[in-house]
Write a protein that binds this ligand. Structure first.
Ligand code: N0T
Length: 523
């Protein structure tokens, strides 16, 4: 019969970040989506390299791939655009059944101008650098140059127009304008134009956000003034680019951060000053409303620091996303703490077979022992990624990663409300002995609350003991092992006896447990 209005296919909803009650989800195809991500190496952004990308993506079961698109590659000659790589990439991503996040390497890549076209690199007049405090040109392009901003914006808008044209089904789900912005070695731009702004009033949007009274940058922010000013200048520049791109197609946009130390404050000249480091997130929120979120690139291996970064970036006004993390053995377990905090995604870096390894940030080589650890996370979550994303959006998820600092005693606790789940690492399955940690730090576990007294537990190399937090919380009634398939729980067996008497031992196998609690009546 003739199609009724209700049957007429609707245009696919464009992916977006949805925020409710201070929690967030990335909606893809109209529902919460968990990015089981992988980022390729920087120079894998050419058609001939893609055959060396897909096998690694397949091997680790990623559902989303982050790939650079370089300004130099799409506009080698000013005003002439070439999107052949984007076309090939999108086509092959579809064939490989993965979604894409495109990384716009424009004015700033790891703060520097290396990905700008030659006509930008060679024209210091139209595209000026920052000036240092001593009056020398710095390597970073100045955010106070209208011509640079207009040129980057034009190329970015062309890219977005091309995406709108070739990707109605939204294979591309998110965009990262620029990469790790900021400036190393100089806290801000000291050019005359910049200095004039610095001596002028702090913009009202920032004063309002921080509840400060009007004044010059120095008067309002004191010793933080230079860095805050740099953050504002860069964020406002990227805001204009992101806003123009979103007017073409409103894909979610985020900026990634090369991090400052998690504990204490270093001099701003020793990290990417002005980038979205944790202590200037409010500046980015005020200056760049078109940027949906700022995200930490976490290469630190220390457990306490890793968790601190997750806490800094998981905010009611900022969705947590780890767009880059190391691909070494000890990073795989951080997947659990990350998604337990409701992150929209997690993505190890350098995930291809092009022969580059960014040690000491990541692994010396991405061999099978490492691939296995990342692959087991994603194969475990692949069948229930949609369910998990919805539960995270509802604030019903928890996660832990094996600690390595002695203070933690190889123990992590998840406070679930009526219950606490105590996770220990490196114990006998019978318990009783002191946890000593796994031979390598690879343990991690996550819990989701499906309903009252109804929990999902999964993970690897972790022993979990549930304890009631209140007398009325009741006891563990039944532990089922099973799996999710198309949103349905499929039963495999009941765990009882040794499998439950001394805690639940998640080993190196793909195990998902469903635990029901209940209190005896009339006792
Ligand atoms: C990252 C990557 C790539 C703990 C490094 C990290 C990527 C960029 N930069 O392989 O270049 O494009 O976003 C910078 C880490 C700074 C040192 C952290 C020490």
């Amino acid at each position: 019969g003739a199609a009724t209005a209700a049957e007429t296919p609707q245009a696919n909803p464009v992916p977006r970040i949805v925020t409710r009650d201070g929690r967030h989800a990335l909606f893809v195809d109209g529902a919460p989506f968990l990015m089981l991500g992988a980022q390729v190496n920087n120079s894998s952004n050419y058609p001939d390299m893609l055959p060396e990308v897909w096998p690694t993506i397949k091997r680790i079961h990623a559902n989303t791939v982050e790939v650079p698109v370089a300004w130099e590659q799409i506009e080698p000659v000013e005003g002439q655009f070439d999107f052949s790589f984007v076309d090939t990439l999108v086509e092959q991503a579809r064939a490989n059944k993965v979604r894409l996040v495109l990384l716009w390497f424009g004015t700033w890549k790891n703060t520097g101008p290396s990905y700008t076209p030659e006509w930008v690199k060679l024209d210091g007049k139209r595209f000026p650098r920052m000036i240092t405090a001593s009056g020398q040109p710095h390597y970073v392009l100045s955010p106070h140059s209208r011509t640079t901003l207009e040129a980057d914006k034009r190329a970015f808008v062309k890219l977005m127009e091309h995406i709108r044209q070739i990707d109605p089904q939204n294979t591309i789900i998110m965009i990262q304008p620029e990469n790790e912005v900021g400036s190393y070695g100089s806290v801000r731009d000291f050019s005359p134009a910049a200095q004039k702004l610095f001596d002028g009033p702090v913009p009202a949007a920032l004063l309002k956000r921080l509840g400060k009274s009007p004044g010059s940058w120095k008067a309002v922010f004191g010793t933080d003034a230079d860095e805050y000013f740099n953050a504002w200048s860069i964020a406002a520049y990227v805001e204009e680019i992101a806003k123009a791109g979103k007017a073409v197609k409103p894909l979610p946009m985020y900026m990634n951060a090369a991090l400052a130390s998690a504990f204490g404050r270093q001099p701003a000249t020793t990290y990417a000053s002005g980038g979205p480091v944790h202590h200037v997130i409010d500046v980015y929120k005020a200056a760049a409303p078109s940027i949906d979120l700022v995200a930490p690139d976490i290469y630190v291996r220390d457990h306490a620091a890793y968790l601190a970064y997750l806490d800094f970036y998981a905010r009611p006004d900022n969705a947590l996303f780890v767009p880059e993390t190391g691909n070494d053995t000890e990073f795989a377990r951080y997947f659990f703490a990350t998604i337990g905090k409701g992150a929209i995604g997690f993505s190890p870096f350098g995930m291809d077979d092009t022969g580059y390894y960014n040690y000491p940030l990541g692994a010396k080589d991405f061999d099978e022992s490492k691939a296995k650890l990342f692959a087991r996370n994603y194969t475990l979550f692949e069948p229930m990624a949609r369910e998990w994303a919805a539960l995270a959006f509802a604030g019903k998820t928890w996660g832990v990663s094996e600690p390595t600092d002695p203070k933690a005693n190889h123990t992590q606790v998840m406070e679930l409300g009526p219950y606490r789940a105590v996770a220990t690492f490196g114990q006998w399955q019978f318990g009783g002995d002191k946890p000593t940690g796994n031979p390598q730090p690879v343990g991690g576990a996550a819990i989701a609350e499906l309903g009252p007294g109804d929990y999902l537990l999964t993970g690897f190399n972790t022993r979990v003991k549930f304890e009631p937090s209140k007398p009325e919380s009741g006891q563990m009634l039944r532990v089922e092992e099973g799996r999710f398939e198309n949103g349905k729980w499929i039963f495999r067996r009941v765990w009882n006896g040794d499998q439950t008497d001394n805690g639940l031992n998640l080993v190196d196998r793909q195990q998902v447990l469903r635990i029901k609690f209940g209190a005896a009546q009339g006792a």
